[in-house]
Design a protein. Sequence first.
Length: 318
Amino acid sequence: MPHSSGGGFHGGGFHSGGGFHGSSSSGGGGTRYSNRPFAGANRYYYYRGRRLRYVYADGPYNKDGSGFAIIITILSFLIIFIGLLAPGIKDFNNEKIDSKSDIGIVIEDNANILEDTDELYKVFEDFYDETGIIPALLTVKHSEWKHVKIGNTSGTLSRYAYSAYTKRFKDEYHWLIVYSVDDEGAEGFAWEGMQGNYTDPVLTKGAADAFGRRLHKNFESGEYSVEGSLIEAFEYLTPRILRGFWDFDIIGPALVVVAISVVTVPILVGVMLKNKRFKNAKKWEPWYKEDVCEECGRPVVKGAMSDCPFCGAYVPRI
Ligand SMILES: [Zn+2]
């Protein structure tokens, strides 16, 4: 069964994709660290090289364990990223479809709005030669489909395009574009693409979206006729389609994940390095006293150690 390849209408935009609301995860366990004392903080001391350093923390001192959490976080970012990107990559390296249908390119101008279709036939043929997909164009007036009510709901162009497709084409190799205008000649238009199932490997969502955005812009610009808009969009699509298109519905969220990672990973790595540096930090007790070793002159903590960590000399308590 054919299915929509996108569409749009004047006044509204081309509908493409939803948003993605990412949330970043924080690596800290809620403990605040600082190089300066602050309210509620305990003091810790550690050696860095030959110097005695202090760090202040207000919560349980987490010597390690957070490194593991950070690695898990980074790994999940990578997994999410690869998972999101993989289907987008699949879009590439397409091959021409071996369509077994009779080629008879259909341009049906029921709304009587096309002026010159010679060039349009040509770009349709070029597209067929490149892809094996048979493009078709049908123009209609809004009354053709709006009055086809189902219950209280007015008909949709999408439903009309579906039935127009199945009536005309018994295969799944066609790509029908329906362009609809107002009966009274008022401004405004609607369009809908309907693609057969066998066109999917080449006319991917990424390709159909890229084409749809371009076509819709052409229709809206007023610069082109209806056929001119299609010619321009097909001339863009045909040379590119077998190379594949990025699917922005997939790439978009992946880029958000990358952006989040770019911000959070350095922070997490920073926390990890900081934790590593403080790994040997010990709690400072009020009766401790910083002094220098009588033997080697390097810093020692009286009350906390009985031997100098550098030369092993005895360190008196006071
Ligand atoms: Zn010493």
